[in-house]
Design a protein around this ligand. Structure first.
Ligand code: ADP
Ligand code: MG
Length: 273
């Protein structure tokens, strides 16, 4: 059983300290809910785990089992079994979705997959996600609705079969039926042994996927790591109790926090090359 271990990770972006000592672990077969107010570093953590080159690790380490992945490139991490479904998937004109998906499958497996086998897999996965097959034949994410982009991220997950999958607000842009479909897939994949680290602001998704654990990120640190009753508590009362119980001053999201885009995922950039 593979375990991803993040130890005392400190990360800067453009000279600004964002992660200030993150320690957390995720194993195959478990689903960890990652909660926290906006702008506190959740997406940064996922991008850093995936090896986004924009983020600078100033100290700390990341291991997948005994393998030190701290300085691996994104495609090496993808081959090692990590996957990130993006909060804002980029539109890539001129790259056909199915070509991209096939390149991604080939880049992460030992052998090249045959055309027949690939299309069979693609057909099965699109049916499971109730996605119209023509989405696979269009330019990657171009003109896709918010929900279609998110389903396309989960489609990649189904094809790549990572050990640990990270989902960044996968439910935003999905309607109720689509959330159910995606949640069913996550649940099934967890039973197949995949591990999940899932960011969401909504209890609805967590009600469906039933995480095994919940962790809370405040001010660039994991300040709580506990059972899933935390999800309900935060859903009903917000984060104020953390201030009083843990005596942590919760930094307010400042004006520039939301204006910065994380950029597209480096996995996809590197696979395209
Ligand atoms: N590429 C970047 N360049 C500059 N600042 C960034 C970048 N990515 C994230 N940040 C900053 O890091 C902080 C944490 O952002 P983020 O990880 O997206 O938070 P969350 O996902 O918890 O809402 C924010 O202040 C954000 O503006
Ligand atoms: Mg985020």
């Amino acid at each position: 059983m593979a375990t991803l271990k993040i130890n005392d990770l400190h990360v800067e972006v453009e000279g600004k300290k964002i992660l200030k000592g993150v320690t957390v672990s995720i194993s195959e077969g478990e689903t960890v809910a990652l909660l926290g107010p906006n702008g506190h570093g959740k997406s940064t953590l996922l991008n850093v785990i995936m090896g986004h080159p924009r983020y600078k690790i100033t100290s700390g380490s990341m291991y997948l089992d005994d393998v030190d992945i701290t300085h691996m490139t994104t495609d090496e991490r993808a081959r090692a079994g990590l996957f990130l479904a993006l909060q804002n998937p980029a539109e890539v004109t001129g790259v056909i979705n199915s070509d991209f998906l096939r390149a991604a499958v080939n880049a992460t497996s030992e052998e090249k997959i045959s055309t027949y086998k690939f299309y069979k897999m693609l057909d099965g996965a699109t049916k499971e996600l109730k996605m119209p097959f023509d989405l696979a034949t269009r330019s990657l994410n171009e003109g896709f609705s918010g929900g279609e982009k998110k389903r396309n991220e989960i489609l990649q997950l189904l094809l790549l079969k990572p050990k640990i999958a990270m989902l960044d607000e996968i439910d935003s842009g999905l309607d109720v039926d689509a959330i159910q479909i995606v949640a069913d897939v996550i649940k099934k994949e967890e039973e197949n042994g995949r591990g999940f680290l899932v960011i969401s602001h909504y209890a609805r998704l967590f009600d469906l996927i039933k995480p095994t654990r919940a962790v809370v990120m405040i001010n660039g640190r994991i300040v709580l790591d506990g059972d899933t009753s935390l999800i309900k508590r935060i859903d009903q009362n917000g984060y104020e109790f953390i201030k009083t119980e843990l005596r942590i001053e919760i930094e307010k999201e400042n004006a520039d926090m939301n204006t910065v885009s994380i950029g597209s995922c480096a996995v996809k950039e590197s696979i395209k090359k």
